[in-house]
Design a protein around this ligand. Sequence first.
Ligand code: ADP
Length: 309
Amino acid sequence: MTGTNNMFRNLFSDKDKPKKNVEEKKAVKTESVPESKDISVPLCNNPIIIDLKNITQKYNNTGSVTTVFDNFNLSVYDNPDEGQFVVLIGASGCGKSTILRYIAGLQKPTSGEIIIKGKKQTDSDKIGMVFQQYSSLPWRTVMENVALALEIKGVSKTERETRAMEFIKIVGLEGHENKYAKYPILSGGQLQRVAIARNLIANEDILLMDEPFGALDVNTRLKMQDSLVEIWRNTKGDPTIILVTHDLSEAVYLAHHVVILNSNPGRIEEIIKIDLPKMRDSSIKRTSAFSEYVHYLEDVMVKINKSKN
Ligand code: ADP
C-alpha cells in the first residue's frame, strides 16, 4: 500500500445509494480511483485479514505460457464483531477459484505472498472450503464429520462432540447428528450445511465457498442463501466469508462487498459496496435498490464480456 487513497477502490461511499445512471457511477469511480494495483475491501482502518500481494500465476504447458495473474493484489480488511461476506464474480476462467485455493493453502502462486491474519501463509496453514460437490465423508455421521478437525487436533471425544453439537445447531441440523452424511439420507442442502459446520469449527474467522449452491435446485438454493445469512448471524465468531458465485442476485443478496474480476490477466474490474441493511431477509429482493445493484452487476459483466469478443 502506498497511501491512504490507494487503499480503497469502492464504487460507492457509505452514503451513496445505487443510481440508475451507469455513466454517473463511472464518473464517481474515475474521480475516486487512483492509478494503483492495490485493491482493498472494505473501506476501513481495521487490520487486514487476507492479503494477496503481488501475485503472479503462470502455467507453462508444452511451450506456451498462460498468465492467469500478473502482479495481482487484493486486501480484505477484517470486520471484528460482525464479520462480512465478500463475493467474487467474473467471467469463467478469470481466476476466482484460484484465489480461493490460494487462501485455502491448496495452491501456491508462481510468485507473490499470501498473508492471513498478518502471518505469511506456510505449507501447514489450511483454511477449509465448501465446494459445489458435496465434500463430506459419507462413511461418517454428521457429528463425526463436523468434529473431524477437532479429532485431528486430538481434542477429547466429549469435548469435540459438545463443540460439534454447537455448530450442528448453528447450521440447523439438530436431530440429524447421528445420520450418515450422504445423499439421499441427507438432502443436498443438508450436506452443504454439514460442510459449512465442518469448516467453521476448524476456522471461525474465514470460510471459503466456491459456488456452494451451484448444484442445488432453485428452491433449495434460495433456502440455502437464507440459511447462510442465518448461520453467519448465529455464529459466535465474526467470520469473513469469501464466496464465489455466477448468480448475480445471489451475489447482491449475500455480499457486503462484491469484487468483480476481469481476465487475461486476472484483475479487479471494480469493488462494489452493497449498501443494503447488513442483516438481510428475502424481502429485500423485492426492493428497487436490490434490483439496481443486480442490474449494475449485469451491465459490468456485459461490458467485460463484450470487450473479450
Ligand atoms: P474461475 O474460477 O474464475 O473460473 P479458475 O481460477 O478455475 O477460474 O482458473 C483460472 C485460469 O487458470 C483458467 O483460465 C484456467 O484455464 C487456468 N488454469 C488453471 N490450471 C491450469 C493449468 N494447469 N494449466 C493452464 N491453465 C490453467
